[in-house]
Design a protein around this ligand. Structure first.
Ligand code: UD1
Ligand code: CA
Length: 453
């Protein structure tokens, strides 16, 4: 039978070292608040409910944590009296009674579901406390795990540790699983008689044991337990996240020529055999289908690039862009809310906004869809197999029919029927010999000025 599980996420810290006007768990990793990454890992462990313990920016933190699919309740911890005190802010939720309780921190965005699952398994195996530990060469201020005969006998906070205990390199990540049926009994016994005068959640190990319970520790990769305390650590975590995700994508069949220069968003999807050249940046909402090619220095956000489509170099795809198969958007082009049909080409120096370009059409260099009148946005529709000559302005709202032809340099303000040719420019005039006459007059003026000196 499924065991019920309550996840308690501690996010009430002051974030002092972030030197920020907002809670640190709201700072983004890969374009998504840290807390949402944590919630994602938690959601994957199959929990029944989540209790979020919040302090500053309570409403924003709760909103950022609501990733869908899980029910979240927020509990305000008014005073920061320690991790044990923080967990008890969710007393009401704990009192409802769950088989398992997992405690996680909101500032460990590299967390995956694997350690949480291992901890829950430990409870299912009959343990009362399962602490998630990690090995590190820099144990610094972390709590140390004291283990004897396969059981965890205590967690010692660095400030309370002896020299021998400080030499231990197996550390407390802070994350743990607790027998939900005994949790309140344990938690209510935590005191604050220690070096920091705080209510330590870590005391649960000794408390559970004193009541005849059993505690163990499971090991997790150090990377996943990396917490964020300042902006330098924020950048470090971003780097680790990017490295991990690029690696996954390459192993799934994506070619990256210089992966260290490609930046992904939390939800970037790239299909097999896609080629991503150097210096490409993905914002949220990018879907690159298999076999698409993204040339260097392109920026892609909220856009779908179909199989066989080509983007860049130096292209910008903004939200609402949809390139059909074989479509091309070339250098120094920007597309916003634009659908580019199958095999259509937008190759050079062009802005396509609020527009649909039909299959097989060619949009010449320097074409601009004039979609904004200073107040409202308007749409441009170009049919199939149309040809828009270079340096044309398409003043929206406007429709260009299938197979129509727009002369270069046109300013098109009226709809163009299918297969019609439209000129929207001054007619060219030729004045024979006139250039020569102008030049000779200019030279005469120059000579007269010199003579005057
Ligand atoms: C805690 C652990 C330590 C572990 C380390 C891992 C305790 C006593 N110590 O120490 O063994 O190695 O984490 O990072 O648990 N928080 C609240 N309210 C509070 C206090 C903390 O919400 O009153 C939150 C913080 O925002 C943070 C987390 O709990 O996300 C950990 O708190 P922190 O004060 O950083 O604990 P450490 O002293 O680092
Ligand atoms: Ca900490």
């Amino acid at each position: 039978m499924e065991r019920s599980c309550l996840a308690i996420i501690l996010a009430a810290g002051d974030s002092t070292r972030m030197k920020s006007s907002m809670s640190k768990v709201l700072h983004p990793i890969a374009g998504r608040p840290m807390i949402a990454h944590v919630m994602d890992a938690i959601a994957k462990t199959g929990i029944s409910a989540a209790a979020l313990v919040v302090g500053r920016n309570a409403d924003e933190v709760s909103a950022a944590a609501s990733i869908g699919g899980i029910a979240i309740e927020s509990y305000l911890q008014k005073e920061r009296l320690g991790t044990g005190h923080a967990v008890l802010a969710a007393r009401e939720a704990i009192a409802r009674g769950y088989d398992d309780i997992i405690v996680a921190y909101g500032d460990v965005p590299l967390l995956t579901d694997a350690p949480l699952r291992a901890a829950r398994q430990g409870l299912a195996d009959g343990n009362d406390i399962v602490v998630i530990g990690f090995h590190t060469d820099h144990p610094n201020a972390y709590g140390r795990l004291l283990v004897k005969d396969g059981e965890l006998i205590a967690i010692r906070e660095a400030k309370d540790a002896t020299d021998a205990e400080l030499a231990i390199k197996w550390c407390n990540s802070g994350l743990m699983a607790i027998n939900g049926r005994k949790a309140l009994e344990f938690l209510d016994r935590i005191g604050n008689n220690n070096a920091k005068g705080e209510y330590y959640l870590t005391d649960l190990v000794e408390i559970a044991r004193s009541l005849g319970g059993r505690a163990v520790a499971v090991d997790a990769p150090e990377v996943e337990m990396t917490g964020c305390n300042n902006r330098a650590e924020l950048a470090f975590i971003e780097r680790l996240w990017q490295e991990r995700r690029r690696h996954e994508l390459m192993l799934s069949g994506v070619t990256m020529v210089a992966p260290e220069t490609v930046f992904l968003a939390y939800d970037t999807v790239i299909g097999q055999d896609a080629l991503i050249e150097p210096n490409v940046v993905f914002g949220p909402g990018a879907l690159i289908e298999g076999g698409a090619v993204i040339h260097g220095f392109s920026h892609i956000e909220g856009a779908r690039v179909s199989a066989g489509a080509t983007v860049g170099p130096f292209a910008r795809l903004r939200p609402g862009t949809d390139l059909a198969s074989g479509a091309k958007v070339g250098n120094f082009c920007e597309v916003k809310n634009g659908k580019i049909g199958e095999g259509a080409k937008v190759n050079h120096l062009t802005y396509i906004g609020d527009a649909t370009i039909g299959a097989g059409s060619n949009i010449g260099a320097g074409t601009i869809t004039c979609n904004y009148d200073g107040v409202n946005k308007h749409e441009t529709h170009v049919g199939t197999n149309a040809f828009v000559g270079s340096n044309s302005s398409l003043v929206a709202p406007i429709r260009i029919g299938d197979g129509a032809y727009i002369a270069s340099g046109s300013v098109i303000t009226e709809d163009v029927p299918a297969d019609a040719l439209a000129f929207g420019r001054a007619r060219q005039e030729i004045k024979p010999e006139r250039a020569k006459a102008i030049r000779e007059r200019a030279l005469a003026i120059k000579a007269a000025k010199k003579g005057g000196h």
